[in-house]
Write a protein that binds this ligand. Sequence first.
Ligand SMILES: [Zn+2]
Length: 333
Amino acid sequence: MKAVVFEKQGLENLSVRDVEIPKVGPGTVLVRIRMAGVNPIDFKAVTSIPHVSPVPHIPGAEFAGEIEEVGSGVSGLAKGDRVTVYNRHFDGTCRMCRSGNQQLCVSGYIIGVGSNGGFAEYAVVDAKNAFRIPDGLGWEMAASLPVSALTAYHAIAESRLKAGETAVILGASGNTGLFALQFAHEIGSRTIGISRKNWIKEFGAEMVFDSASAVEKLKEFTGGEMADVVLNSLGEKFWDMGIKMLGYGGRMVGFGTLSGNMVGIDFNEMYSKQTRIIGSTGGTIDEFGELVSNAAAYKLRVWKKVGLEEVKSALESLESPEREGRLLVEMRN
Ligand SMILES: [Zn+2]
């Protein structure tokens, strides 16, 4: 099969190669991949995450496809089933798994980081990670649920956002941002997107502010009360702005560090306003099940669909200001 592979980290070391189709084992399924999403986690896997495994490595943390073969002991899945893949490997037995937080499994890892991923024609995953998708659901949405949609869904859940509250989404035109807007809007919050792209109004943003003037505009919009929830998928560069946007009792949920990961906190300001800073990563398997069931209700904006040969340039353009929606990898065989 064709796969995007690297042996040494660095975008310059990515190449498309012919490698053996992985073999199914007990409790696993072989997925013929139809589409994969391109996310910051893939960029990091290729460039900087230590102990990526195995090496040589196939990145790609978000993908969907058809079951090609089922391993022994697998029930409820058959060849030809259309599936999307929950992207955390989890044991199902540890304290975190038993509490329903499979994304925090103590022996867990992200598929595409701790195992080979989806920038390939086939991948083997645990059968318990493969979710059948509803008839009629397109591959584009199916391949956007495991990382983009689930990360936003869980972050919004962690924020305890309620109807009538003000939610600010940083990086609102990005992969997670577009879903966060929709989920926040669905809850009934006054949803504000920070972005240069005015089309995010189609995804539920009541207001769109450019980051340069966002704090002042939010002050105006809320009559000085500021936000109840700020979602920060961008990290360091936008940290201070996000903190300034929090009102009394506000919550900032962070789940990405695209712009850096070292941040400062004015603890005096934090405790006196009783604000909270919440970390969030991925989502639970129950949340993923909910998303898969409801996926038809959500929208997507696709910027580019590329082939495996263009994965490198797709990763390079992740942060491009010209990007207008999702980057997806399409298997063209
Ligand atoms: Zn576990």
